[in-house]
Design a protein around this ligand. Structure first.
Ligand SMILES: [Zn+2]
Length: 109
């Protein structure tokens, strides 16, 4: 990385490529930095409640999906994603236990 004109190069947080320090938009992936600079306190909109409920149900019914979604969101830095990921993991485990119990009963009977 070479600094030119006293400006530090930086890497796009989205695609990781070096972009101009004062670039408003990443020329490679199109990530818009103006939004971030103008409203730093404004968190990016999280998924709607409806989508959350659908994913909760999916997590419960198909535990592998819940585990995947849960791990993806639980590793994210923001609190809302963490809570959502944790909930998906819990529901996935519940779904797994219920599914296993049903399987055991079906096998016994
Ligand atoms: Zn980029």
């Amino acid at each position: 990385m070479q600094a030119s004109g006293g400006q530090q190069p930086r890497n796009c947080v989205s695609c990781g490529r070096a972009i101009a320090w004062d670039a408003n938009v990443c020329p490679y992936c199109g990530r818009d930095y103006r939004v971030q600079m103008m409203a730093p306190a404004q968190a990016q909109p999280f998924m709607s409640e409806g989508v959350k409920v659908i994913l909760y149900i999916l997590s419960f019914l198909i535990w592998i999906i819940g585990i995947i979604i849960g791990v993806i969101y639980y590793t994210k830095p923001d609190q809302e994603s963490k809570e959502f990921g944790k909930m998906c993991l819990i529901l996935a485990v519940l779904g797994l236990v219920v599914g296993a119990l049903c399987g055991v009963f079906a096998w016994v009977i």
